[in-house]
Design a protein. Structure first.
Ligand code: AMP
Ligand code: MN
Ligand code: MN
Ligand code: MN
Length: 299
């Protein structure tokens, strides 16, 4: 109710807000509490933990956030497919995991395991013997395997010089290790999020290598399925492109979200790091009616 901790009315004034970050519950380098501590140091006071296909880090993050006076929004970044493209959907979950999202997350965990076996078989043909074991060595015992673990295994085996090359040649979009068949359709993951009282946010719409027209079709399909927001800014992007994307969101009445997509320290990105957000008519996702309880949480 009171002004000091109210969230800003426009995306252009969103300093200190980051709705897209990863921890060791998926492919991030920092544990949930280390991530929250880093957010605190970087001046991020309102955050969503968006680990891939899981909310396993949320409880620990929430505890750490409460101790530091940071608003922590439960969330996840779900893998899906649309027209043969691997699309990521952030579920912002102000009331946590409810309804079909619970079984949806179990489905994702199994899909990720089955996919890892398929990726391993493909990489073995490319010369990475015992690929599954090697990826598991990179990941440690606890977390589900992702493509970055296979990328690191390829680097460790001397097959490629670095992670970027591993993705470029073997694991990135359209390459043999880009196995998508296990993921549910875009519309399904959106339905899970909505059934959980959440807001479905199309993650990093500029990172799918699509033309503007194709991106428009994706936004239409996403909206049709019940999606209500998209990331207007994800990490670093060209300001002219941001303005154009804002137009595409505005035309469809979609809310805007934003985040660094932070994974590990030492690179150009930190929590809260992202390109400037221009003044646009796009409403911030935290003003969505289903986010009101969250927006008021520290008032
Ligand atoms: P997965 O969730 O297993 O499909 O792996 C996707 C993740 O791999 C993304 O969320 C990024 O963290 C990482 N990734 C994707 N492309 C690249 C790239 N070109 N270089 C480094 N990491 C990447
Ligand atoms: Mn990732
Ligand atoms: Mn993503
Ligand atoms: Mn991400």
């Amino acid at each position: 109710m009171t002004a000091p901790s109210a969230l800003p009315a426009s995306l252009a004034e969103s300093q200190g807000i980051d709705f897209h970050m990863h921890s060791t519950a998926s492919d991030g380098a920092l544990s949930p509490d280390e991530l929250v501590a880093l957010c605190h140091r970087k001046g991020v006071n309102c955050m969503a933990l968006t680990d891939h296909d899981t909310v396993a880090g949320v409880e620990a993050a929430a505890k750490a956030a409460a101790a530091l006076g940071i608003r922590l929004l439960p969330a996840t970044e779900l893998s899906s497919q649309w027209r043969g493209v691997n699309i990521h959907v952030v579920g912002l979950l102000p009331v946590g995991v409810r309804g079909s999202l619970a079984s949806g997350l179990e489905f994702q965990a199994r899909a990720r395991e089955a996919r890892a076996e398929d990726i391993a078989a493909r990489l073995e043909k490319l010369g990475l013997a015992d690929a599954l074991t090697r990826a598991r060595e990179q990941a440690g015992e606890l977390r589900p395997l992702g493509r970055p673990d296979f990328a690191r295994a390829m680097v460790a085996a001397g097959l490629v010089p670095d992670i970027a090359t591993a993705f470029k040649k073997h694991l990135g979009s359209g390459k043999p290790g880009d196995v998508k068949a296990h993921w549910p359709y875009l519309s399904e993951v959106v339905e899970w999020i909505v059934a959980s009282g959440g807001v479905a946010v199309l993650a990093h719409p500029l990172r799918y290598g699509m033309t503007r027209r194709k991106r428009g079709l994706l936004l239409d399909a996403f909206r049709e399925a019940g999606g209500e927001a998209a990331e207007l800014v994800s990490g670093f992007q060209n300001p002219d492109v941001t303005r154009d994307l804002a137009r595409q969101l505005d035309e469809r009445g979609l809310y805007g979200s934003l985040g660094s997509d932070f994974h590990f320290p030492g690179g150009p990105l930190a929590p809260g790091t992202m390109s400037p957000i221009p003044r646009t008519a796009v409403a911030p996702v935290w003003t969505h009616p289903r986010m009101v309880t969250f927006a008021a949480s520290l008032d």
